[in-house]
Design a binder for this molecule. Structure first.
Ligand SMILES: NC(=O)c1ccc[n+]([C@@H]2O[C@H](COP(=O)([O-])OP(=O)(O)OC[C@H]3O[C@@H](n4cnc5c(N)ncnc54)[C@H](OP(=O)(O)O)[C@@H]3O)[C@@H](O)[C@H]2O)c1
Length: 366
């Protein structure tokens, strides 16, 4: 069949796709469009991947399939566990017997989450604790309180996050999304290094996003505040900073894993015994869209078939926390390893400079 015989809408759609690729490549040089596009068919179809799971798999199903792993999984910290993906992860891991610390900026919200989970799983072992990831002081206080009570930590889930809020700075003067989504988590991981090492084989899981494909052109804005006040206009700036923070999540896991493998070789501090994973949960309708009611409305209406429920949204987190098929250092989606969608996310040099800059920014609290 010749092109002239194709329905007009097919040609228009194809032209739109090509145009969109040019626009995306212009706006985000380094974006790996082929990898990004090829992730959509399995995501939308829900087809089962080689791991035995797909985008429709729920967190409960992953935990059930990995029930034997709970013998080794004693203690888990989940940041931002009072709602959305973090809550569902806490609910499922606690149901199967893990002791879960819900590290939340509002201890009242954490306590409410505990009540809900316990009403369903009365034997669940849950502790609500205060942690504001946007404040380095709060992170430090949380780590001190945790280490007073617990010697070892099997899984650290770095999940708390905000998406494109109005531009603002953290109490430490850092762009709010970089502070909340990355820097607080970076400090937390540093401060919990010993409990993680004491566990023997611990996992650190970082929740990234598709948005890592849309960082600022330089990847990480190195103006000392990671983007606050860069002057590109509030909305664009806010989304750039979300992309930057989600890129940072992947780079943090990557460099952490490099340090775990390199061990104590010259110039690299030893994270031996710890494995780091990053993941994208997919499009999930949660409170994350709070600053963007238009996105929430779209996800509740025309885009609904493309959106995961929260049970499906937490599946890859539980997969990374438990499943032997999860690959240390890799980026995961739909309970499988996936290629990253931007060259910056595969850049070892950028990962190292993020680590060094983050270390410098948190140095007063180490
Ligand atoms: N939903 C999606 O489509 C999607 C897609 C890709 C990636 N993600 C990522 O998934 C993670 C979880 O998001 P979600 O969708 O489950 O959204 P959510 O329901 O809004 O959950 C986010 C959690 O993070 C907490 N949080 C925000 N700022 C915090 C801070 N400064 N200190 C401590 N906790 C803080 C929130 O606490 P409060 O309740 O107090 O606000 C909440 O518990 C985020 O990292 C997000 O970037 C989500």
């Amino acid at each position: 069949m010749g092109l002239e015989n194709l329905p007009r809408w097919t040609l228009r759609f194809a032209c739109l796709l090509v145009l969109q690729s040019y626009v995306l490549q212009g706006l985000y040089p380094g974006i790996l469009l082929n990898d990004l596009m090829s992730s959509f068919p399995p995501y939308f179809s829900g087809s089962v991947q080689a791991t035995g799971f797909g985008s429709s798999t729920t967190a409960f199903e992953v935990a059930k399939a990995n029930e034997a792993e709970f013998a080794e999984l004693k203690t888990v910290i989940i940041t931002g566990a009072n709602s959305g993906i973090g809550f569902e992860t806490a609910r499922v891991l606690a149901h199967f017997g893990a002791e879960v610390i819900l590290a939340c900026r509002s201890v009242d919200k954490a306590a409410k989450a505990v009540t809900i989970i316990k009403s369903e799983s009365p034997k669940a072992n849950l502790t609500p604790m205060t942690l504001d990831t946007s404040s380095l002081k709060s992170v430090h206080e949380f780590a001190v309180a945790f280490k007073k009570k617990w010697d070892s930590l099997d899984v650290l889930v770095l999940n708390a996050g905000v998406m494109a809020p109005p531009p603002s700075k953290s109490v430490d003067g850092i762009e709010i999304q970089f502070a909340t989504n990355h820097l607080g988590h970076f400090l937390l991981t540093e401060l919990l290094k010993q409990p993680l090492k004491n566990a023997g084989s611990a996992r650190v899981i970082t929740t990234s996003s598709f948005a890592h494909a849309f960082p600022p052109p330089e990847g990480l804005i190195t103006d000392g505040t990671f983007g606050f006040g860069s002057g590109s206009g509030a909305t664009q700036e806010s989304w750039n900073c979300y992309g930057q923070s989600k890129l940072a999540n992947i780079l943090h896991a990557k460099e952490l894993q490099r340090r775990a493998v390199k061990g104590s070789s010259k110039g690299v501090d030893s994270w031996t015994g710890i494995a780091a994973y990053s993941l994208n949960p997919g499009f999930v309708r949660t409170n994350l869209q709070a600053h963007w009611p238009i996105i929430a409305t779209l996800e509740d209406t025309i885009a609904r078939p493309l959106v995961k429920n929260v049970q499906q949204g937490a599946a890859t987190t539980v997969f990374c926390a438990l499943d032997p098929q999860a690959v240390p250092g890799a980026y995961h989606e739909d309970c499988s390893v996936k290629p990253v969608y931007h060259a910056h996310a595969a850049n070892d040099t950028l990962a190292l400079s993020l680590w060094e800059e983050s270390l410098r920014l948190v140095s007063d609290y180490l």
